[in-house]
Design a protein. Structure first.
Length: 144
């Protein structure tokens, strides 16, 4: 039987820059990343102004993120998945030249109101352009 409670459908994908080409960072502290070009935001749980995903229902959610950068001797490329201030997983790479990328993902049990976002690693650079190398996506697998 179907319950009277409607099951929330939640999924989003966004890339770093709203338009054009550029590098974000480096910054001298860990800095929240705001993915501004939203290609889907079903359920409106992702905020493209803050970069925060706020869980609308209790459940298992899957997140994945990809970051790209042009190699630089002094600046790596790195982003950390953060849940309620807790460091979960990092995507990190460092090379002196050429284009490089890194990725990671996690499935998390979230309570209503839990906040998930990406934080740029201190002293790192992240590149994006019209090919959308740097992305952040997530979706609700199932409610609990």
């Amino acid at each position: 039987l179907l319950s009277s409670v409607s099951v929330k459908q939640v999924a989003f994908s966004a890339s770093l820059l709203a338009a054009g080409s550029g590098t974000v960072g480096p910054f001298n502290t860990h800095t929240p990343l705001v993915f501004r070009r939203v290609v889907s935001n079903i359920g409106n749980a992702y905020n493209p102004h803050t970069g925060f995903f706020i869980a609308p229902v209790r459940g298992a959610y899957h997140f994945e993120f990809y970051i790209g950068a042009h190699g630089h001797g002094a600046h790596p490329t790195g982003a950390v998945l953060i849940k309620n201030g807790e460091h979960i997983f990092i995507a990190y790479e460092h090379q002196n030249s050429h284009f490089g990328s890194s990725a990671n993902g996690a499935t998390l049990l979230l309570e209503v109101g839990d906040v998930v976002f990406l934080r740029q690693w201190v002293n790192s650079r992240i590149f994006d352009n019209e090919n959308h190398h740097s992305t952040f996506s997530g979706h609700l697998l199932f409610t609990m």
